[in-house]
Design a protein around this ligand. Structure first.
Ligand code: AMP
Length: 280
């Protein structure tokens, strides 16, 4: 595996791959890799000639300095995992090198960025979009692999790709879970033993929402699910909502033909966990 730190070096490597008409797959990550990330690498290896993975804890997408400074960093283990998967290129940029000559962001995500993570983490999606534009311009991927665990982020990136007309095929991969249902996340290592034991209540509540969606009114389902999560001593719901899966507008009733998603963000002490489930 080639490890590249300098954007210019990556640019010239990409140029040589493009000359050979290689299909380039890209998996952006913030490291502390787990099986969820690895499933994206595998999906990329399945259909692309060359896979580029980035590890960059992007400061512009953190609105909370404490969250940024405590974000887990496990570079040595990450490199081993990527080597095992026969990832071709690992891009490990530094902030200053990456954000030089950045093009200004002209997209307005509108309502898509004004709910859920957009409300709870002001500026988060702008930071995600800024860094991805830099990555897309540099790597010129044919395919980009993203996890549905970050459901709203998938919609934001879909909108980014459409707005700037990137010739990129997006692939949204299913959420990898622990045996007890907890969505795999780099942040899970920060949970205390009790928080870790309680955290699967988030997925249980999402499953409850799915089982009730055709039989109970949406506001009642939401109230019951919040209750189910907050019955755990250390869990506090930031939001739990049922929304239109395409527009992410919260809904109060079920209409036929509209795909719904339940979205949750929950604090376990200081650690903020997100998860979601398609309901119908
Ligand atoms: P992150 O390193 O958290 O920024 O995530 C990098 C990519 O991995 C994003 O596209 C995430 O949606 C995806 N990802 C994170 N957790 C999971 C998971 N449990 N299952 C599948 N994909 C995931």
């Amino acid at each position: 595996m080639l490890i590249i730190k300098q954007p210019n070096e990556l640019r010239s490597h990409i140029q040589s791959l493009k000359k050979l008409s290689k299909r380039i797959g890209f998996v952006p990550t913030m490291g502390a890799l787990h099986s969820g990330h690895i499933s994206l690498i595998k999906a990329s290896k399945n259909i692309c000639d060359v896979n580029v993975c980035s590890i960059f804890v992007n400061p512009t997408q953190f609105n909370n300095a404490n969250d940024l400074s405590h974000y887990p960093r496990t570079l040595e283990a990450d490199i081993k995992l990527l080597e095992n998967e026969e990832c071709d290129v690992l891009f490990l940029p530094e902030k200053n090198a990456l954000y030089t000559n950045e093009k200004s962001l002209t997209i307005d995500f509108g309502a898509l960025a004004e709910s859920f993570e957009g409300t709870s983490r002001p500026g988060h999606f702008e930071g995600v979009a800024r860094v991805l534009r830099i990555f897309f311009d540099l790597i010129q991927p044919d395919d980009v692999f993203l996890g549905m665990k970050d459901f709203q982020q998938c919609q934001i990136i879909r909108s980014l790709v459409e707005f700037y007309s990137y010739p990129i095929l997006l692939h949204f991969e299913p959420t990898k879970r622990e045996a007890d249902g907890l969505a795999m996340s780099s942040r899970n290592v920060r949970l205390s033993e009790q928080q870790r034991n309680e955290a699967p209540a988030i997925y249980r509540a999402l499953c409850s929402a799915k089982s009730m969606i055709n039989t109970k009114p949406v506001p009642e389902i939401v109230a019951l699910c919040i209750q189910e999560i907050e019955n755990e001593a250390e869990l506090q719901v930031d939001y739990f909502e049922i929304a239109n899966a395409l527009t992410l507008e919260p809904v109060n009733s079920v209409e036929s033909g509209i795909q719904l998603v339940a979205l949750a963000a929950v604090y376990a002490g200081e650690v903020r966990l997100i998860d979601n489930l398609l309901l119908k």
